[in-house]
Design a protein around this ligand. Sequence first.
Ligand SMILES: NC(=O)C1=CN([C@@H]2O[C@H](COP(=O)(O)OP(=O)(O)OC[C@H]3O[C@@H](n4cnc5c(N)ncnc54)[C@H](OP(=O)(O)O)[C@@H]3O)[C@@H](O)[C@H]2O)C=CC1
Ligand SMILES: O=C(O)C1=N[C@H](C(=O)O)C[C@H](O)C1
Length: 251
Amino acid sequence: MTRVAVNGAAGRMGRAVIETAADRDDVSVVVGFGTEAGEIRGVPVVTEDVAGALAEHDADVVVDFAVPEATLALAEACVETGVGLVVGTTGFDEDGLAALDSASESVPLLKATNFSRGIQVLQRTVREAVRALDDYDLELMESHHNGKIDAPSGTAKTLLEVVQSERDVEPVYGREGHAPRADDEIGVFARRAGDIRGEHELILAGNDEVLSLSHHAEDRAVFAAGALDAAAFLAGRGAGQYDFGEVVDSS
Ligand SMILES: NC(=O)C1=CN([C@@H]2O[C@H](COP(=O)(O)OP(=O)(O)OC[C@H]3O[C@@H](n4cnc5c(N)ncnc54)[C@H](OP(=O)(O)O)[C@@H]3O)[C@@H](O)[C@H]2O)C=CC1
Ligand SMILES: O=C(O)C1=N[C@H](C(=O)O)C[C@H](O)C1
């Protein structure tokens, strides 16, 4: 049984993680962290002394869905206590990413911009498609709920990295006015509306055809389940960076 702490416990994803864990017997959420103290489904939520709470509740791994500055403070507490860290938060700047890299020298750390298994497969499919259709026009779209802070989504950035590892394309974020398309560009578009859980689509267009590769999440439970799988995978491992692809391939 992996003892899990949840950062951002009262948020959309934090609550989904607590709900999802309640139906599983391989993980147990022992404490949550947030900006307001309280209790969610019997899980105590605390606001301060994160390192003390990790030790007190004997947590093995923290699952984090919060905001970058909270994640970075949490990473310090994980290093202090030797607790593993699953990072789902997106929107880090270069310094934030470097700080997480450095934390992974002391504790096991698994960061993924998307914990759905379908997106893992989409990443692999995108690589193959971009490689095979190497002169097709590429355009990337994502849609999310109206409470999302960062744009483009972390997943869109990851998909862009996959594309760029295969092809030298420059992102153009939205288009307006006189904006003819260049051969070496990829349009990137972000929409925010309602409670869309997360939609991503890459189109590859050329030669009188369009290949559309898309994914949509129907429930946040899919991300919560993947993050908990990652926590169970990380428990007991040594310091270093792990990949969600390893979790998917191992189960
Ligand atoms: N990797 C993946 O699969 C997924 C990643 N995400 C990412 O997860 C993150 C959270 O998303 P979501 O749950 O929708 O966002 P929410 O805004 O619903 O939740 C974020 C939570 O973090 C809390 N928080 C803010 N500051 C702190 C702090 N200092 N310590 C602890 N908690 C804090 C907020 O509290 P308060 O409300 O009081 O400010 C809030 O409860 C985003 O970056 C999102 O992109 C989301 C879904 C899937
Ligand atoms: O904020 C969200 O909701 C989501 N964020 C992640 C991202 O930025 O890619 C993953 C998922 O799409 C939902």
